[in-house]
Ligand binder design. Structure first.
Ligand code: CMC
Length: 429
């Protein structure tokens, strides 16, 4: 395997080192290319660009697999908990029993949000999207815990903010839902585990305590684990880019939440259900919509299909589809949208347009159907994705801060505007 790649630019040979990852994947290190040749590389959407080296998550988009710290995500989805998986991502290995207990205890210690912050919820109009509330609240946490806002926080301080964020974000999300339906907030309880606690804060009311259903808890646990990291996706790259200026963890995560909100990323789970509802209401003729998605003069896309990296089945989608079937059987739910989704998937997998472009169902195609069955409202779906992705964002921010070679993110551009011209005073224009 070559150690270097030679690039011939106008007869001048530039040697670029080849970097090899632990799974054998290779990259050409072009970091000296501009200083040696004056040329930059152009890669809109970073479809072919590695921005860092990372030891957190490995995925192979052609083979369709995903591993956190080396462990296949299917194994974690089956056997782990979200709290344990968060520890794995952030600290690089599975915790032992004492470490897990201490980590879980810290979640309880940090589960409340400052009572003054509770007032913020009342200031938002009821039409506010919960992602807007979440990103603003996470950034506002920096005002309540200013002792952590420093350029070089210690390891202990980073650990404390990490647990604080993981625990408080869950409370913020549940409170924003309660606010949107005009019900009193339900405070976190120390006797409940992470997912139980969240469901209790979401669905208990003074007159009607939430009855915990283990199947629902397990399904949500599994969904959070499957969302927990996905290497350099749009929101994680945002967290890294913002953090690369040494912005604090709250500010970096807040930016990641905004990036996740978009319908091409974490907002896709909401968009999938809206699309399925639209097709269902329109009589269920999904072929019409598949044709629309293929029509290049139309901007409509089949939400929940396609992925920048997966050119084979998204392994998360397989697990989620199976979970949806099991959950619906156990709870005796018959959701016409699940049947519709399956029929669309079947048709798409046989369709030449989608086969040629390797467009498969992604994580968002079936996750919304499960969130819906659990009773999570539609506009909270991206919020559920954010709760799940939080340990991944924290792990990446921490990895970047700990890496002495990391630099501020600052891409170049090729300028296409007008050439130099003089300012013309307003009366002469
Ligand atoms: N429906 C119809 N055509 C599609 C779709 C789709 N959902 N996705 C991609 N294509 C076509 C696209 O038009 C292009 O065709 P052509 O080569 O003829 O120009 C080709 O497939 C490649 O698409 P692309 O837009 O260049 O691919 P990308 O890697 O830039 O975008 C994507 C990836 C996920 C943004 C895109 O597939 C998409 O918009 N999907 C729908 C939204 C969605 O489900 N997003 C969730 C992603 S998974 C969760 C996450 O990581 O956030």
């Amino acid at each position: 395997m070559a150690d270097n790649v030679q690039i011939n630019i106008d007869g001048k040979i530039i040697e670029c080192p080849v970097i090899v990852g632990t799974e054998g994947e290779r990259a050409i290190d072009i970091s000296k290319l501009r200083t040696q040749s004056g040329l930059i590389t152009m890669d809109p959407g970073f479809g072919n660009t590695g921005a860092c080296q990372s030891a957190i998550t490995y995925l192979d988009g052609d083979k369709g697999f995903l591993r956190y710290r080396g462990i296949p995500v299917e194994q974690l989805a089956e056997n782990s908990t979200f709290v344990e998986t968060s520890y794995l991502l952030i600290y690089g290995r599975l915790p032992n029993a004492q470490e897990l207990e201490a980590f879980s205890d810290a979640f309880n210690e940090h589960s409340m949000i400052h009572e003054d912050m509770v007032n913020f919820f009342h200031a938002y109009p009821s039409t506010t999207h919960p992602m807007a509330i979440l990103s603003a609240m996470v950034c506002a946490m920096s005002a309540y815990y200013p002792e952590f806002i420093k350029e070089e926080p210690t390891k202990q301080e980073i650990n404390r903010i990490a647990v604080q964020l993981l625990s408080k974000v869950r409370t913020i999300c549940a409170f924003s839902y309660k606010k949107s339906i005009g019900e009193p907030f339900v405070y976190p309880r120390h006797d409940l585990h992470y997912v139980h606690n969240f469901l209790n804060m979401m669905f208990s009311s003074p007159t009607n305590p939430y009855q915990i259903d283990d199947d629902v808890v397990n399904a949500l646990q599994m969904l959070l684990i499957l969302h927990a990291d996905h290497e350099q996706n749009c929101s994680t790259s945002t967290v890294r880019l913002v953090g690369s200026s040494h912005a604090n963890l709250y500010a970096s995560i807040s930016a990641g939440i905004c990036a996740l909100w978009g319908p091409l990323h974490g907002g896709a789970n909401q968009a999938v259900i809206e699309m399925l509802e639209m097709i269902h209401k329109d009589g269920g003729d999904f072929n019409k919509y598949i044709a629309k998605a293929k029509d290049k003069s139309n901007t409509f896309r089949l939400m929940g299909f396609g992925h920048r990296v997966y050119k084979n089945f998204d392994p998360r989608a397989r697990v989620i589809k199976k979970c949806a079937d099991n959950l619906f059987n156990k709870l005796g739910i018959n959701d016409p949208l699940l049947d519709l989704a399956k029929r669309i998937e079947e048709a798409v997998l046989k369709d030449e347009y989608f086969i040629e472009r390797k467009l498969y169902p992604n994580v968002d195609f079936y996750s919304g159907i499960i969130f819906r069955a659990i009773g999570i409202p539609l506009n909270m779906f991206p919020v559920m994705f954010a709760i799940g992705r939080l340990p991944g964002w924290i792990a990446h921010w921490k990895e970047m801060i700990d890496d002495p070679t990391s630099k501020i993110g600052r891409p170049y551009q090729i300028y296409t505007g007008s050439l130099k011209k003089d300012y013309v005073p307003i009366e002469q224009r």
